[in-house]
Design a protein around this ligand. Sequence first.
Ligand code: ZN
Length: 672
Amino acid sequence: MENPLLAHDGLPDYANIRAGHIEPAIRAAIERHRATLAALLAQDAPTFASLVEPFEEANHTLARTWNPAEHLAAVQDSEPMRAAANTCRALLADYHAEVGQNEALQRACAAIRAREGGGLGAPARQLLDNLLRDFRLAGAALPAADRARFRELMQGLATAQSRFEENVLDATQAWQRHVTDAGLLDGLPADLRERAAAAAPPAGLDGHLLALDQPNYVPVMGHARSEALRREFYEAWTTRASDRGPSAGRFDNGALMEQILALRHETARLLGYASYAELSLATKMAATPAEVLGFLEDLVRRYRPAAERELAELERFAGRPLAAWDLSYFAERLREQRHAVSQEALRPYFPLPRVLAGLAEVARRLYGLTLEPRPGVALWHPDARYYAILDRAGREIAGFYLDPCARQGKRGGAWMGDCINRKRIAGRESLPVAHLVCNFPPPAGGRPSLLTHSDVVTLFHEFGHGLHLMLTRVDFPSIAGIAGVPWDAVELPSQFMEQYAWVDEVLPLISGHVDSGEPLPRAMLERLLASRSFHAGLAAMRQLEFALFDFRLHAEYDPARGGRVAELLGEVRRAVAVIQPPEFNRFAHAFTHVFAGGYAAGYYSYKWAEVLAADAFAAFEDSGVFDAAVALRFLDSILSQGGSRDIMEAFVEFRGRRPEVGPLLRRDGVAA
Ligand code: ZN
């Protein structure tokens, strides 16, 4: 039988893909891609149509082979599946590095850009500019000696970053708290106690055993009545992988942090940038380090009074000055008292079928879309489903899989991933198809899955990413949908869509009691809406502290002085933190977002995208959240454009001006 991952004439045959198909399919797909590329480069005078378009097509085919395999590894975990996916990830990383350093391809693209640039459409020019930029950032333009050093730097970084992450994981797992006096667990949620009771016997212990992972740490800090227990957890958590705390020195990331910063700085200098912060911005919407720092410092000034007010009020409520390990405990008590709306009490009002029907209605009112269930499509699990998306004229323009509920062997969290990106090259078209994956509670007791409101927000968020992929009109897959969109703007469509889960007139569409069908009662709805900006100032200041620390660390690095990690963290905290953490706090040593990869000199992206999304949504607030003209402008200027145009220009076209922070501050209840 043919390998189902290599059949590309329709949707993936999810019912028949097995772990054993993955590696042979990826090896075959890489070989085909390599042969295609060699043949394309053997042409005498390649053109955009004879080289770049078929190259896009070949990349699309390779992605289309891998995406379903990667998806299955995440939703249908097993030893063979995991092993096959890991092997293929490494094969693909090597192959992408090989293509990224292909000098002949780089020269051909540069020649095409110079020769044909003026005559090509704007998206094609953008595509070529991205390709040439990525070659440059992959070191392909460097002299031979520098290129060898560049490869060493990349390998060194990959090793150091993954060791950083391993140390954090090992340090987290190395610490556990054995509790024999059940009174110490007062206040903790029942599910946490059950987990802790179940964990003790396998370790040969009685009583309760609490691990130091996020699902335990967060509720302990928020709910444990025992201050001693909170303090112990706080110390263990904030000294992970450092020279302090219960595992002091065993997994210390101190030297690795210095090494990582030095390697990044050298990489940036080799590529002609003054700092790694500048290199990071080469692919982002923000233009210069000064712009990012100005953005963050401005927000610090604006949020500070609110954060100080919130802290003072919290200390009055607690009746004493608060230590770092008291903050979330008393915040939770104040929240309960003031907003008295528990997520658990909201669940019966948000049954999944009702929420989905409301979400479909929002998509219809905004963009004229119809979500049509397609029961015949092959799936990996009976819980999953497939919807076609029809436009106003009833034409099928896209589709998505939804796998809503948690189960054994499925990765936690929620995400949107490409199944198939849109493509139209030389008359051959692929419609975009998304995977939307969540981990809502499974149906139980004859009732459908019941969502909390924060689950509803998550669903809207992922659907927003999905629309970015599905409503794209761009023909070239490397700049269609979310591809080629700068990292600091990629959360704009998702955070924009989240806002709809908080709209007064949308809540009746997405809620209906599971037994009576009644919409959310007015009083509950009002409490829910009011709870949104609770402690928004404190939360924002925390994110701004992380973002400023990350950015200055990379912008100010000086090889003569080293990373100055502790010094800089102290400086940022003195300037930003409204509550000074204790001296032993070694937060940076477990800051995996920044030291293990992705968000280096990019943590500011969270706030940046939040500002864009709140400001975009504010365009609707004057004329109504379903205003057809504004929705069409958002679709035309931003949502359908993928990475095909400069995102700042697109935003200005939509909004009539550059982004402003006012709408986000208003949403957070902070005076502008
Ligand atoms: Zn997101």
